[in-house]
Design a protein around this ligand. Structure first.
Ligand SMILES: [Zn+2]
Length: 347
């Protein structure tokens, strides 16, 4: 079974009664199935979605017991199919000409369809590849992600088209760093989840809610003057601008090495090039999420409430660090906080 090459939908044809086994086989086929790049002669015959009789992959136990596994087992020295008589002489299997002919036709059909697809002359057996790793589950997880993941080019393109992105210097966005940033900054899952949705532009703003008939108006929850788009809500709105300004002033006064920072859209949104200053990006991520909670609670963002929210986040981080025995990392990170409020938190 592990050498088979079944498409997931073909695995349902197996008529397995045990639900556990059925599920295992389904996951295995999803993981293992290869569309092409199989070397013809070493292709495994049994339960292979490319080789079908009456439109089903098949398996003859008596043939396997006689040693027939790969297509090469049906070939002679000149790489031609064995004649029926030569086959019977070689394997002494109970079969008939018709059955043998059906198998040969199925394999010949496979050869015809896939003759242009042999890219890899020495395909690695998946089981061997997996067993060579010490962390097999991790390897399978990585492979599954690679098969499923796709680059969100639509949301990336939309971000880069935003006019306000380029109002100062031309911005370089390193997307890999941008997507990793929130999980490097914090362990708080609400912040990570928020940033994930934010980067994929999946935060529902009135602009969208009005279009789908959920809201009566598309105007901004803060100023009620302009259309509430993602960029307006988190950046251009006058109330948000005021908040960013006061927030940047406050952090430049209260944090070491952040004396000269000034707000920009790419910075405030976490669309970044490098991930050097994680503390700074953490402060910005908390601010971004805070603006979002203000929008949900119909309140205007203020510096005073932001600092309270920040203190709560630091307290959570402290508890997690204490639990994980890495208080040193925590203290080192937040020792840049010069504010008196922080002193109790650090000790
Ligand atoms: Zn507004």
């Amino acid at each position: 079974m592990f050498r088979s090459n079944l498409k997931q939908q073909d695995s349902t044809l197996l008529n397995l009664k045990d639900p556990f086994l059925k599920e295992i086989i389904q996951y295995w086929t999803k993981f293992n199935y290869k569309d092409d790049n199989l070397d013809f002669a070493s292709t495994y015959i049994w339960y292979n979605s490319h080789i079908r009789i009456e439109n089903r992959p098949f398996f003859y136990r008596s043939w396997l017991s006689a040693g027939i596994k790969e297509i090469r087992d049906l070939l002679d020295n000149d790489q031609n199919f064995l004649s029926y008589n030569a086959f019977i002489d070689k394997y002494s299997i109970k079969t008939n000409y018709l059955e043998y002919h059906k198998v040969i036709s199925a394999v010949a059909h496979y050869k015809k369809v896939h003759s242009t697809a042999y890219h890899d002359p020495t395909p690695k057996d998946v089981v061997d590849t997996l067993l060579s790793h010490t962390k097999v589950s991790k390897k399978i997880y990585e492979c599954q992600i690679n098969k499923k993941a796709s680059i969100p080019s639509r949301s990336q393109g939309k971000w880069l088209e935003e006019r306000d992105m380029h109002c100062n210097l031309s911005i370089i966005v390193n997307w890999e760093n941008t997507y990793c940033l929130s999980s490097l900054c914090t362990r708080e899952s609400k912040l990570r989840a928020f940033q994930f949705k934010f980067l994929h532009r999946k935060i529902a703003t009135n602009d969208f809610l009005y279009k789908i008939g959920i809201k009566q108006t598309d105007s901004c929850s803060f100023c009620e003057e302009q259309k509430e788009t993602l960029v307006h809500l988190f950046w251009t709105c006058k109330y948000t601008q005021n908040f960013w300004k006061s927030m940047f002033e406050w952090i430049s006064q209260n944090f070491k090495d952040l004396e000269n920072v000034s707000p920009s859209l790419s910075l405030c949104f976490g669309l970044i090039d490098d991930v050097k200053d994680l503390l700074f990006h953490h402060l910005l991520l908390i601010a971004r999420h805070y603006i979002y909670t203000c929008r949900l609670g119909n309140k205007l963002p203020t510096l005073q409430v932001y600092t309270q929210v920040l203190m709560n986040s630091i307290e959570i981080e402290k508890q997690i660090a204490f639990h994980n025995n890495d208080s040193n990392v925590f203290v080192q990170k937040w020792s840049r906080f010069k504010n008196n409020l922080s002193q109790n938190l650090l000790h």
